[in-house]
Design a protein around this ligand. Sequence first.
Ligand SMILES: Cc1ncc(COP(=O)(O)O)c(C=O)c1O
Length: 241
Amino acid sequence: MATPTQHIFSAAEESRLVKADKAHYMHGYHMFDEHAEQGSLNIVAGDGAYIYDTQGNRFLDAVGGMWCTNIGLGREEMALAIADQVRLLAYSNPFCDMSNNVAIQLCEKLASLAPGDLDHVFLTTGGSTAVDTAYRLIQYYQNCRGKPEKKHIIARYNAYHGSTTLTMSIGNKAADRVPEFDYAHERIHHVSNPNPYRAPDGMDEAQFLEFLVKEFEDKILAIGADQVAGFLPSPSWARAG
Ligand SMILES: Cc1ncc(COP(=O)(O)O)c(C=O)c1O
């Protein structure tokens, strides 16, 4: 990889980029006023677990991108593999009866890693679209088999499932539930988050577990077992806000 010092920008270039960022780039999860005033940290290079800004300052990328740069940054073998594939076939339509060699191999690999009879893969562009698609498949499946009432899903408070309208409604993370957005409610239900640190006062771990199981059971009974189609137990409680 090119050394970080090769990416140091002149003050004029950096100032132009900061202005352009403020003028044109809308960042998710950012405060608009704060962005307009302070701008953002402009990252220009990455190497392993480190990222570098335009002045050559090094930062530990402790969250791993958005927890998605699992093999680190600046990996030569990844760059070469991507370049080879782009030269060979940069895009291929996956709709209807079209397929392609690499997507088939990826699905085959994922099916081999998935448990039990989970052997079909639907490729999406990220986590939000994966959760959205799972819910759409629930609707499709239940409608097809003549059980249109069995489409209720149960998720957890303070879990994160994504940033589309549906997934932020399923997520119900306290810090994200701001009144400026609208949320879908129909057929979406929530039960307590299993974070033991946030257990109700005076409850030890065993009591909390019992409470969670009972709450879940009561929720299914209240909705009607014949109407519940799925449970989305997000693991992201550790980041619950
Ligand atoms: C459990 C879970 N589901 C869904 C998502 C959304 O993924 P994406 O940001 O790729 O849309 C995330 C992202 O953090 C997640 O942690």
